[in-house]
Design a protein around this ligand. Structure first.
Ligand code: FAD
Length: 440
């Protein structure tokens, strides 16, 4: 049996960055089930178009990680000022909705402003219990009021999560949902002055190669990687992993970056209690329709679609991130549809999407479409509910006992971004190097 010091499962950005940091320092092996590295930060080429798994844009909060990523990309990156919007009531409003109500018809705008004022007064009067204790729906109602919820928050989030909003907790949304002050609501309702607020007012994107360019930049620095190597099962007591096309490997330490739920399902000696808790973890699946066109009528980066008449929740224009990911004189888009456990009819959904894009004016005619490609993200958004809150501490304690670091958006079973996957990969590798020095 092959022996390895550190086994890393999954070559998305978490696994790649961990391997990058361990390279030349300790004995490791990175395994990936697909025939290429990158995970969700992969791109696919078709007749001159480069398609990603929806928009994969780099927004930074940590200077060190930003420096590393930009250095690895060399000069292949552009800093872009976000231009995003919402389509509802037949008009486009700048994003974030709650800060830019000015374009809405009078009645909807009145709903939003008066609802916000009522919610604000109620909050002042009641000194609400900690927001973290409220479910998402009640949190959103308490913060934004009836109108903003009716016209954006609830329909949009219902479409994205495909799960009852009163069963979702509100602890995921703080970094992603900006909360306006009274002054912001009034200014945004009556003045056209655009406010570029939110977690990603600017972002970086590779000039060429799509987001795969970042994964490839890490890959170039890594020597010990096996592609087409899927972890099929693992025994935590004996520390042996069975891997397709490799066979059995005995490891000392393990970094897992595949979905926590899927990883636990592969553990042959998991206690019943852990298996039972694992069963309660849930996620939504996202289908991304990428299209290549001769023409798109918008200079925006992406648009949110809260209304039920549109099957999709978001549509982005990738050729507005970079002109070098399409053939000359062409444009490209990605459109996202979410589902919870139910398969979708791709042919019909594609027709509905095209109709929707024509209705709002982003596309002129179906004849403009020259290429398309569906990409499926089986586990896209993990569901934040009370079962998750109960299960995670016990599952992580069990993994820690067996020296397993489960990291990244899916290994840690959370809502996070590429930057965190990279910083967690690097940080975990450093921890492993420290502990192997101690044990020498
Ligand atoms: C719709 C959507 C949009 C997003 N947009 C952005 C964005 O704009 N900006 C941003 O920063 N982040 C974005 N993200 C988040 C981003 O994709 C993730 O944070 C990041 O890519 C996660 O990387 P990872 O390495 O942790 O996981 P993954 O990329 O999922 O990597 C896991 C790897 O494990 C492999 N694997 C799975 N099972 C096995 C097995 N049994 N054996 C071996 N290998 C296996 C997979 O093939 C994959 O390569 C988005 C996510 C979604 C779903």
């Amino acid at each position: 049996m092959k022996k390895i010091d550190t086994l890393i499962i999954g070559a998305g950005l978490s696994g790649l960055s961990a391997a990058f940091k361990l390279q030349g320092k300790t004995d490791y092996l990175l395994i990936e089930k697909e025939n290429k590295a990158g995970g969700l930060s992969s791109s696919f080429k078709k007749t001159g178009f480069t398609f990603d798994f929806s928009g994969h844009l780099l927004h930074f909060h940590d200077e060190k990680t930003k420096k590393l990523i930009l250095k690895l990309l060399k000069k292949n990156h552009a800093l872009i000022k976000r231009k995003s919007q919402i389509y509802s009531h037949g008009v486009f409003s700048p994003y974030p909705f709650q800060f830019n109500l000015f374009n809405l018809p009078n009645s909807a705008r009145k709903d939003c402003v008066s609802g916000f004022i009522k919610a604000y007064e109620k909050r002042l009067k009641n000194k609400l219990k900690s927001n973290a204790l409220l479910n998402f729906k009640n949190w959103s109602l308490s913060v934004f009021g009836e109108g903003i919820n009716k016209h954006f928050m609830l329909p949009y989030n219902s479409k994205l999560w495909q799960y009852p909003l009163e069963k979702l907790s509100s602890d995921w949304c703080a970094p992603f949902v900006p909360v306006p002050k009274m002054e912001d609501i009034i200014t945004g309702a009556y003045s056209k002055e655009k406010k570029n607020i939110g977690y990603n007012p600017t972002f970086y994107y590779p000039k060429t190669g799509g987001i795969q360019a970042l994964s490839d930049a890490f890959l170039k620095q890594i020597k010990n990687i096996n592609l087409n190597a899927e972890l099929t099962d693992i025994n935590l007591k004996t520390k042996t992993a069975a891997i397709k096309n490799i066979g059995k490997i005995q490891y000392k330490r393990l970094i897992n970056t595949i979905g926590l739920k899927h990883f636990i399902n592969k553990v042959t000696d998991a206690p019943e209690k852990i298996k039972k808790l694992n069963k309660t973890l849930k996620y939504t699946t996202v289908y991304v329709l990428n299209i290549g066109t001769t023409k798109i009528n918008s200079d925006k980066h992406w648009t949110y679609f809260p209304e039920k008449r549109f099957k999709f929740y978001r549509a982005g224009i990738s050729s507005n991130f970079s002109k070098r990911i399409t053939p000359k004189n062409a444009s490209s888009m990605y459109i996202e549809v979410s589902t919870y456990g139910k398969p979708i009819n791709l042919q019909q959904t594609k027709k509905d999407i095209i109709k929707g894009l024509i209705k709002c004016g982003i596309l002129k005619s179906p004849k403009d479409i020259i290429e398309s490609m569906w990409l499926k993200i089986e586990c896209a958004y993990v569901i934040y509910d009370k079962e998750r809150a109960k299960a995670l501490p016990e599952i992580f304690a069990y993994l820690k006992k067996h020296r397993i670091h489960s990291i990244g958006r899916y290994g840690a079973w959370k809502y996070s971004f590429m930057e965190e996957s990279v910083s967690e990969g690097i940080e975990t590798a450093k921890q492993i190097m420290r502990s192997s020095r101690r044990n020498r």
